[in-house]
Design a protein around this ligand. Sequence first.
Ligand SMILES: *Cc1c(COP(=O)(O)O)cnc(C)c1O
Length: 363
Amino acid sequence: MTDRIFNFSAGPCTLPLPALEKAKEEFINFRGTGMSIIEHSHRGKAYDAVHLTAIASLREALSVPEEFDILLLHGGATMQFVMVPMNFHKKGMVMEYVNTGAWAKKAIAEGKRYPDEHRVIWTNEEEKFTRMPKASEIKPGSDAAFVHFCSNETIGGIELQEFPDCGNVPVIMDMSSHILSRPLPWDKLSMVYAGTQKNLGPAGMAVVIIRKSMIAAANADLPAFLSYGTHQKENSLYNTPPVFTIYMMKLTLDWVKEMGGVAGMSALADQRSGIIYRTIDQSDGWYRCPVNKECRSRMNVVWRLPSEDLEKKFIAEATAAGFDGLKGHRSVGGCRASMYNAMPVAGAEGLAQFMLDFKKKNG
Ligand SMILES: *Cc1c(COP(=O)(O)O)cnc(C)c1O
């Protein structure tokens, strides 16, 4: 398909072409059933198979151990900002948050609704969120209910490299923008969540991978829909799930498997982000990446040009050349290339060449 452009948007993002093509092929008549998957009952056989394989494929892709359940929940990652403190705040204990930037702050804002039960234990705000904490910098208090991280700051362009070992204190991570791009150290984690529209599929849902023991210890006196226990009991079929999102996630996971699983995704992420970071580093400071080198995100590459006028020109000309979505987030400006799992290496190569040509003409 030659009419598809390179979509560098931070989300919703580019999806694997084979997944889109498969969806197109079976959209009107799903596997001979005479109707579309989005017309099927979520209690029927056809959808049930999709639901179960989507969960099983995710478990396989990320090697999720038995002690964890996988939940598919409405409301995106933002709903998890709300559900985490609701389910896990405890009188006499403190929810600990790590402040790494814009998305961490959104989670913290929901924790603040419990004034005596939250604290920020690490922040890099004074350095404008240009790095992630080292594992040794994270020391949970003896009264910690959990420690919450955002492990890839989509806007700031930084990615956690070292997973801290917090002992008995549960570690909860928002991995929305880099889940499925690397293997995960499950022994150091109690809960991982991610909005689906970056590396997993279309929007409308969050994947929650959570220790069974966390759910067992969660607050019980909650509205049913907002309790992890409810969704665990019903295998994420308490009410009508976002059927199309789950179906597309399943097709995306089929593609991931074909491409070598999470190890294959990690190698591709290294390759793509390496191409752009090298182009920045070899530009004699004309392109400049504002974040600490060790913490550079492999998914969201951010950079500046010598002036805001040049940035505007760069983005406009890049868009016209078929490199879409390169404008940095409005809160920070600059440029950003979000290169999630399905971004072809050719997209990074094309963008790098465009950057070289642009510098030659304007530098
Ligand atoms: C995109 C994003 C979110 C928000 O996800 P929604 O599904 O829109 O709620 C949260 N955290 C991070 C790190 C993100 O990149």
